[in-house]
Design a protein around this ligand. Structure first.
Ligand code: IMP
Length: 423
C-alpha cells in the first residue's frame, strides 16, 4: 500500500505534522522531490523538530526513512540535520536510506542559486537560496553528480571537473566571484563518503520489494501544488514536481502501486517568496494572521504572505493530484475573526473563469469573488470531536468541502500530535 501526501497550496500547509501523525501507521516514509528548501516542523514531547531533508515521520522509532531519486541531496545539510537529530536522541541505525541515483547539491549550486536570483533584480523569484533550481538544472543538463558518482572518488573528480569547467568560467568571467577548486572540494567532502556508502541503495528496488511483502509506504511531498514546476505559477515555482505524479518518478514506483492520495490545505493561504497570490490580504489582518499562525519560513525564517482560503486553486489541486481526501490544518488560527472569507471565483478582464488558469499572466491579474462567513470566538485548540466545534467552524469546513469537491477527513487545531479532529 502506498499513500501519497501532497500540499494543495504554496507549501507550508502543515504536512510535517500530518506525516508525523500518519507515519505511526506506516512502515516506510519516503521523500520524493525537493531538497533542503523544505522545512517540516513537528512538535513532539514539547520539543520542536524542523526537518529539511530527512523524512519527518522518523520521530517514530520503528519507521524507515527513504530519500528517493527525485530528491536533491545536499550532503552538508543532510549530515548537519542527521547529527542534530541524533544528538537529540533519534537513532537512525538501519532505518535511513538514500537513493544512489539522487543528485547532489554541492557548494557551487548554492552560490549560483543566490547570485542568479539576485541578478534577476526586480524579477527575482525569492528562492530559498539552497541550490535547488541549480542542482535540478545540472541534472537535466546532464552535468549533475549523483550519489553513486560520489561513492567512487575517481568518478567524483571526473564529474566535478566537467561541471566546474563551466561554473568556474561563470564565476570568474561573468560574476567576478572566486572559483571553486576541485581538489579542495573533493577533500572537504570525503568525510561524508563512508556514511553515504552505508546509506545508499536502489530505492526503487527497495520500495517495490517492500510493497510486494505487504509493507505500507507513506510518500511525502515537499512544497505544494502551486510551486510545481509544470503546473504552478511559473516561473515563481520550485524546480521539481511536488504533485502526486512526482511520487512515481521520484521514487521509482509504478502509478499502479499508489493506493491513496491525501491533500493537505491550510484553513487560509500563505506563500513565501515572490509570485501571484490572488487572495492575499492587503490590510493589517495579513500581519495578524502571520502572528497568530506563526507564519515564518521554517527554512529561511522569512515572513510568509497571508491570505484567505482560495477554493479555486484547491479545487484544481484536488483534480490534478487525484485527491481521495483532504486534511485542513490550522483552523484554530482563524478563531476570533468576525468574518472569514473564501475565494470562490475568478474574473479576468470582466469575464468569469471557472478554474485556476495555467497562464501566470492571467493568474496575476484575476479579480477574486469572495464568499463571507461568520467567524467564531471560542478557542478550539482542545476540541477533539467535529461535533463539538462551534457551529460556524463546522459550517466553514462543510462549505470548503463542497467548494473543492473533496471529502475533508481530518482537521488540525494545533501543532501537537493530539490536536487533530478525525471525521
Ligand atoms: P527554491 O525551491 O529554493 O528554488 O525556491 C523557489 C520558490 O519556492 C520560492 O518562492 C520559495 O520560497 C518557494 N519554496 C521552496 N520551498 C518551500 C517550502 O518548503 N515552503 C514554501 N515555499 C517554498
Amino acid at each position: 500500500m502506498v499513500t501519497v501526501v501532497v500540499g494543495t497550496q504554496w507549501g507550508d500547509e502543515g504536512k510535517g505534522k500530518i506525516i508525523d501523525t500518519l507515519a505511526g501507521q506506516h512502515d516506510i516514509v519516503a521523500r520524493y522531490q525537493g531538497g533542503a528548501n523544505a522545512g517540516h516542523t513537528v512538535v513532539w514531547n514539547n520539543q520542536k523538530f524542523v526537518f529539511h531533508l530527512i523524512p519527518s515521520g522518523l520521530l517514530h522509532h520503528n519507521v524507515v526513512g527513504v530519500l528517493g531519486n527525485g530528491v536533491v541531496l545536499d550532503p552538508f545539510s543532510f549530515f548537519h540535520e542527521m547529527t542534530d537529530l541524533e544528538n537529540r536522541g533519534i537513532d537512525f541505525t538501519n532505518r535511513l536510506f538514500i537513493a544512489e541515483n539522487a543528485h547532489l547539491t554541492l557548494p557551487y549550486h548554492k552560490i549560483l542559486d543566490q547570485i542568479e536570483d539576485n541578478k534577476r533584480g526586480k524579477e527575482k523569484l525569492g528562492t530559498t537560496g539552497r541550490g535547488i533550481g541549480t542542482t535540478y538544472a545540472d541534472k537535466y543538463g546532464r552535468i549533475g553528480v549523483r550519489v553513486a558518482d560520489f561513492l567512487n572518488e575517481e568518478v567524483f573528480v571526473k564529474k566535478l571537473n566537467i561541471a566546474l569547467e563551466l561554473k568556474n568560467y561563470l564565476f570568474q568571467q561573468y560574476y567576478r566571484e572566486s572559483t571553486i577548486n576541485v581538489e579542495q572540494l573533493v577533500e572537504e567532502y570525503s568525510k561524508y563518503r563512508k556514511k553515504f556508502r552505508e546509506l545508499a541503495i536502489d530505492v526503487s528496488a527497495y520500495l517495490n520489494d517492500a510493497i510486494e511483502h505487504g509493507k505500507t509506504i507513506l510518500a511525502e511531498g515537499a512544497q505544494g501544488t502551486f510551486l510545481d514546476i509544470d503546473f504552478g505559477t511559473y516561473p515563481y515555482v520550485t524546480a521539481s514536481n511536488p504533485i502526486s505524479g512526482g511520487a512515481c518518478t521520484g521514487l521509482g514506483i509504478s502509478p499502479k502501486k499508489i493506493t491513496k492520495i491525501i491533500g493537505v490545505a491550510k484553513a487560509y493561504t500563505t506563500r513565501v517568496g515572490m509570485g501571484p497570490f490572488p487572495t492575499e490580504i492587503k490590510d493589517d489582518l495579513n500581519e495578524k494572521l502571520r502572528t497568530a499562525g506563526n507564519e515564518f519560513g521554517a527554512t529561511t525564517g522569512r515572513p510568509r504572505r497571508c491570505g484567505w482560503f482560495d477554493a479555486v486553486i484547491v479545487k484544481y489541486a484536488a483534480m490534478l493530484n487525484g485527491l481521495d481526501e483532504l486534511i485542513i490544518t490550522k483552523l484554530d488560527v482563524l478563531s476570533g475573526l468576525k468574518t472569514i472569507k473564501v475565494g470562490v471565483k475568478y474574473y479576468y478582464k470582466g469575464d468569469e473563469i471557472n478554474k485556476y488558469p495555467l497562464d501566470t499572466n492571467v493568474f496575476e491579474n484575476v479579480e477574486v469573488e469572495y464568499k463571507a462567513f461568520q467567524g467564531w470566538d471560542e478557542n478550539i485548540s482542545s476540541v477533539s470531536d467535529f461535533y463539538h466545534l462551534p457551529a460556524n467552524a463546522k459550517k466553514y469546513i462543510e462549505k470548503i468541502e463542497e467548494l473543492v469537491n473533496t471529502k475533508i477527513t481530518a482537521i488540525s487545531v494545533g501543532s501537537s500530535r493530539d490536536q487533530i479532529i478525525s471525521r
